[in-house]
Design a protein around this ligand. Structure first.
Ligand SMILES: Nc1ncnc2c1ncn2[C@@H]1O[C@H](COP(=O)(O)OP(=O)(O)OP(=O)(O)O)[C@@H](O)[C@H]1O
Length: 606
């Protein structure tokens, strides 16, 4: 395989297909929605900045006429020293006023921009937190990160300088055109001939620029997704010595990103030369036609000078409007992506009038429940079961048989596609999601440890718990011993995912976390799988404390851990195959019996 083929193969290795180009036409409604984030500032920052803009625009509009028409044609032509002094002082005063107004305009606009960015980011993050598991199943963490960080960042310029420049340029443009007309209508008309040409070129560029910014975001998304995955999976990469391939893939995505940027900035840069070219044509017309108008005394030299000033001021806002327009296009590309997330509704939605169940008993019923993660295959078929309050039920079965899916439906991370899941005989969809979940604790094999201290990690589900309560919970599950031996005991800082702890230690922390949260229903999904047999024996006792008086669902491949369960449900390909106590199922000599025997034989051989 030559290098090119090898590279192509590497580039096919990872797929980050969920982020697609959203190519809708320029949409004013959407822009309006974006600008509605300015609303909270419509009574303070925004009007203050508008006043500042208005003052500096006004000064810029008035000064040339004072310089050209009045200073040249009146004061200097008539040698009127008094008028000249008044004009010089007025012009100087106006420029000082403009300087002050500009200073405040920049300060207030920066504050406005930062506030708006803060608000949009907060809104998006808050919304993303409420979205259902299915949303996260379908997207990489990196692509979500790009929208919350890069897409929102790219709006910053639009809000700090774009919006206000837009306003300033509109005032300038309207003012300048009006003044040009009053100074000399013929000369103005002659120069305005080029405007339709400019309009035509800018319209044709519009779509291309917007698309290229969309592509940039897409490539950034891919880059971030890969970066995120590479760091999370670095141990696997290194153990399979795939660093070189990983670097090559990264290099491929990085160059795609680089090319996309190049392309977008190239297209962006087309605006300025276009404006400069029209500027040159306009000036040529001014000189040629203006000179002939002076010659036949249709206009004075003072008017010609004012006109030249205004002409410069005419191209400047047009050129800047091009820039703002680009910012608008960029903002459009980003806001489409931001609004796509904001418009995403949680699939698991709160009922319109949720029933409050603050003191749940913990009875769980499944009535002919069916579930499919995607339409192509079902994960559960016609599952009916009853778990009485306080019972401990074990779910066993082969990998992929649907055990975790049952647990997911109890926590309402997903909704059943058919049938009903009930808690205390109430349809789960009618219950308040927050109350439901606050009374359920899930302990997984792969425990998530957040950055922070051990004590705060245990306190995660009950932030108001005292240090003593935390220590008591840790003692009850046998986590106290190892925590005390850490450099700072309970106050030892752990980084994201708790890499300084062993998998078993992380599990013990999550046991303590669950116990402290004091739930009515507890789900242990392979929760003891990474704990050694000795520790497991130790925590069997703690487990009894943890499960006492609560409804418990235990999912375990290691069957020795679930012998004491009140009921064991055996699943196969999403069907309940048999259920009963350990004794009953052993006597039945069915699937469970086979599973126990297989494990026993393995141990014997081992
Ligand atoms: N988020 C998901 N999206 C799509 N399919 C999924 C998802 N999670 C699980 N599945 C599929 O649903 C089926 C049941 O999975 P489930 O996680 O319930 O199995 P399990 O019995 O808990 O397996 P294990 O013992 O390996 O944990 C499997 O075929 C799995 O591939």
């Amino acid at each position: 395989m030559d290098h090119k083929q090898k590279k192509e193969k590497i580039m096919e290795r990872f797929h980050y297909s969920t982020d697609t180009i959203i190519d809708k036409p320029f949409n004013w409604k959407q822009m309006w929605r974006l600008f509605s984030y300015l609303k909270p500032y419509s009574k303070n920052l925004l009007p203050a900045a508008f006043v500042a803009v208005f003052i500096s625009a006004l000064v810029r509009l008035v000064a040339p006429i004072l310089i050209g028409k009045y200073t040249l044609d009146h004061a200097i032509a008539n040698k009127d020293i008094n008028l000249l002094t008044i004009l010089v002082v007025t012009i100087a005063g106006l420029y000082i006023l403009s300087y002050i107004a500009n200073k405040f305009r920049i300060k207030w606009m920066n504050m406005l921009g930062q506030n708006v960015i803060y608000d949009i980011r907060k809104h998006l993050f808050t919304h993303v937190q409420t979205l259902s598991h299915r949303f996260f199943d379908q997207r990489s963490a990196g692509s979500i990160l790009v929208r919350i960080m890069n897409d929102i960042n790219s709006l910053q310029e639009l809000f700090t300088s774009g919006v206000i420049n837009l306003l300033m340029d509109f005032i300038l443009l309207i003012g300048v055109v009006a003044l040009l007309f009053t100074l000399s209508p013929q000369l103005t008309l002659a120069i305005l001939i080029i405007v339709p040409l400019m309009f035509f070129i800018s319209t044709s560029l519009r779509k291309k620029i917007r698309r290229s910014w969309q592509t940039v975001r897409l490539k950034q998304s891919k880059l971030n997704s890969h970066l995120n995955e590479s760091i999370q999976g670095i141990r696997v990469t290194q153990s399979f010595t795939q660093e070189k391939e990983n670097i090559e893939f990264f290099d491929g995505v990085n160059s795609e990103n680089f090319r996309a940027w190049q392309n977008a900035t190239k297209r962006n840069a087309m605006f300025t030369p276009m404006v400069e070219m029209t500027n040159a044509i306009g000036t040529a017309i001014l000189i040629a036609y203006g000179a002939s108008l002076i010659a036949d005394e249709s206009i004075t030299i003072g008017i010609f000078v004012s006109f030249a000033f205004y002409l410069g001021m005419f191209w400047e806002p047009i050129s800047r409007l091009g820039q703002v327009y680009n910012q608008l296009l960029m903002g459009m590309a980003s806001s489409e992506r931001i609004f796509e997330f904001l418009d995403e509704k949680p699939i698991v939605a709160e009922s319109h009038s949720p029933i409050s169940l603050t003191n749940m008993d913990g009875k769980i019923t499944f009535e002919s429940v069916e579930f499919a993660y995607d339409s192509s295959r079902k994960a559960l078929h016609d599952v009916s079961l009853t778990i009485d309050a306080g019972q401990t039920v074990a779910l066993v079965g082969h990998t992929g048989s649907g055990k975790t899916t049952i647990a997911n439906l109890i926590s309402r991370f997903y909704d059943a596609t058919a049938g009903k899941v009930k808690i205390d005989d109430i349809h789960i969809k009618d219950l308040s999601i927050q109350e439901l979940r606050s009374q359920i604790s899930v302990v997984l094999q792969d425990t998530f440890i957040f950055s922070g201290t051990i004590i705060d990690n245990i306190r995660f589900g009950r932030p108001e718990a005292s240090d003593e309560d935390v220590i008591e919970a840790a003692k009850a599950v046998g986590a106290d011993d190892f925590i005390k031996n850490l450099s700072n005991g309970y106050f030892t800082e752990v980084e994201e995912r708790g890499n300084i702890l062993s998998v078993g230690e992380r599990q013990l922390i999550s046991f303590a976390r669950a116990l402290l949260a004091d739930p009515r229903i507890i789900i242990l999904d392979e929760a003891t799988a990474s704990i050694d047999t000795e520790t497991e024996v130790k925590i069997q006792h703690a487990l009894r404390t943890l499960l006492k008086g609560r409804t418990a669902i235990m999912i375990a491949h290691r069957l020795s851990t679930i012998r004491e369960a009140d009921n064991i449900i055996v699943l196969d390909h999403g069907h309940i195959m048999e259920q009963g106590s350990h004794q009953q199922l052993m006597e039945k000599k069915g699937i469970y019996y086979g599973l126990v025997k297989a494990q026993f034989n393995m141990l014997e051989v081992g």
